[in-house]
Design a protein around this ligand. Structure first.
Ligand code: FES
Ligand code: FES
Length: 83
């Protein structure tokens, strides 16, 4: 990622209740950032993640994170490290 792309990347910050979530990776969902089942066969599949207690999460939008679907700071944004 070049510096210009880095500057435009920004995670989505959400406070989520405990539960299982599916992060849309295809862009077809009408409930972004979550999957609503609109992905087509052969498209990217959603990423499942679990929230164990109410917490603020930072979802990656740049695809560079090594901890998808969470932002790991690879975009240059300083996010709190998840436990
Ligand atoms: S609608 Fe995008 S991954 Fe399901
Ligand atoms: S938005 Fe992708 S690593 Fe931060």
């Amino acid at each position: 990622m070049d510096e210009k792309e880095k500057d435009s990347a920004m995670p989505i910050a959400l406070t989520l209740e405990p539960g299982v979530y599916f992060r849309c990776t295809c862009g077809c969902s009408q409930s972004l950032p979550f999957c609503d089942g609109h992905h087509q066969q052969g498209q990217k599949l959603p990423l499942r993640f679990e929230v164990k207690e109410r917490e603020k999460v930072y979802l990656c939008t740049c695809g560079q994170s090594r901890n998808l679907p969470h932002c790991d700071g690879s975009c240059g944004v300083d996010v709190p490290v998840a436990d």
